[in-house]
Write a protein that binds this ligand. Structure first.
Ligand code: ADP
Ligand code: F6P
Length: 322
């Protein structure tokens, strides 16, 4: 099938660098002689026909901006037969021959379903969680890690001055990648992630006491959102150690901000690769980063892949955190 017009949308949680990816998709496509339609609000925009023409200037001045100028959404209706049929009808109405979907695994499932309905789609991995199994890297992860690290560095100042313990929640309901990397970067006493079971007394209390015995006066515990309530964890630490303990939830600040070099470059390269595939009429694939290279996989295969948690790195962090 000859591809003349492509659509681009962002879906799921926003991530810094999504704009850089949109910019790359739009300009690569236009440079290859394709027309581009922007789709607002993820799959909702496709269902509702919130679709507009884009040109090279539509993506001016966005490479450095967090969030997504296309807006994003979670669309329960798109998961239904009715929703996907409306989306396909709108693609036909607007002459959209293929779509680049920038988002996470959920968005890729939607891209697979659309591809099966005859609209070839390419997924580009964008989420701060770095939890997409087919790729070693997702757009937004580096910026989010740096934001979390800066926030915890600030927190360390007050934690150190008051000789307290700080329990910090970073994002990641199901994934501990952000917590692991941030925890290593800030020198956390303990890192808690959903992938690794922990024993409160041994892994937290004993770790704090062992550090205390060597003269440590303040402690930072980094906890991934999915592990549990940081306020309760803080209360229990204070109760069991007598050290004044405060809980801090970093929250959505981690999803915002100007993307780092890594996210801008990765987004630009991934957007480019996605359009190259679509231009050749290839759909139902996701872009991934593996062994320092940008590659692509069949979506169905990609969604079946596993990404084991980096236990070695987790052990290393535990060893050097004394
Ligand atoms: P992410 O893409 O960040 O993983 P979600 O899981 O919220 O975020 O998915 C984003 C959107 O992708 C959903 O709102 C829905 O429209 C679509 N989607 C998610 N899962 C599926 C699925 N199993 N089948 C079809 N579409 C899906
Ligand atoms: O997937 C990105 C993420 O920020 C997760 O880390 C977090 O659990 C979730 O999204 C929060 O989603 P919401 O936008 O609904 O608050």
């Amino acid at each position: 099938m000859a591809i003349k017009t492509i659509g681009v949308l962002t879906s799921g949680g926003d991530a810094p660098g999504m704009n850089a990816a949109v910019r790359s998709v739009v300009r690569t496509a236009i440079s290859m002689g394709l027309k581009v339609k922007g789709i607002h609000h993820g799959y909702n925009g496709l269902i509702e026909g919130d679709i507009f023409d884009m040109n090279v200037r539509s993506v001016s001045d966005i490479i450095h901006r967090g969030g997504t100028v296309l807006y994003t959404a979670r669309s329960p209706l798109f998961k239904t037969e009715e929703g996907i049929n409306l989306a396909v009808e709108n693609c036909k109405k607007h002459g959209i021959d293929g779509i680049v979907v920038i988002g996470g695994d959920g968005s890729f499932r939607g891209a697979r379903d659309l591809s099966l309905k005859g609209i070839p789609c390419i997924g580009v991995p964008g989420t701060i969680d770095n939890d997409i199994t087919s790729t070693e890297y997702t757009i937004g992860f580096d910026t989010a890690m740096n934001t979390a690290m800066e926030m915890v560095d600030k927190l360390r100042d007050t934690t150190q001055s008051h000789e307290r313990c700080s329990v910090v929640e970073v994002m990641g309901r199901h994934a501990g990648w952000l917590a692991l990397q941030t925890g290593i970067a800030v020198g956390a006493t303990t890192i808690l992630v959903p992938e690794v079971p922990y024993d409160f007394d041994k892994d937290i209390i004993a770790a704090i006491k062992a550090s205390q015995a060597t003269g440590k006066m303040h402690y930072i515990i980094v906890v991934a959102e999915g592990v549990g309530n940081v306020h309760e964890i803080a209360k229990e630490i204070e109760g069991k150690t007598g050290i004044v303990t405060r809980a801090t939830v970093l929250g959505h600040v981690q999803r915002g901000g100007s993307p780092t070099v890594r996210d801008r470059v990765m987004a630009s390269e991934m957007g480019y690769e996605a359009v190259k595939l679509l231009k050749d009429g290839i759909g139902n694939r996701v872009i991934a980063y593996r062994d320092n290279k940008i590659v692509n996989f069949d979506i169905y295969e990609a969604l079946k892949m596993e990404k084991p948690f980096d236990i070695e790195s987790y052990k290393m962090a535990t060893n050097i955190s004394i």
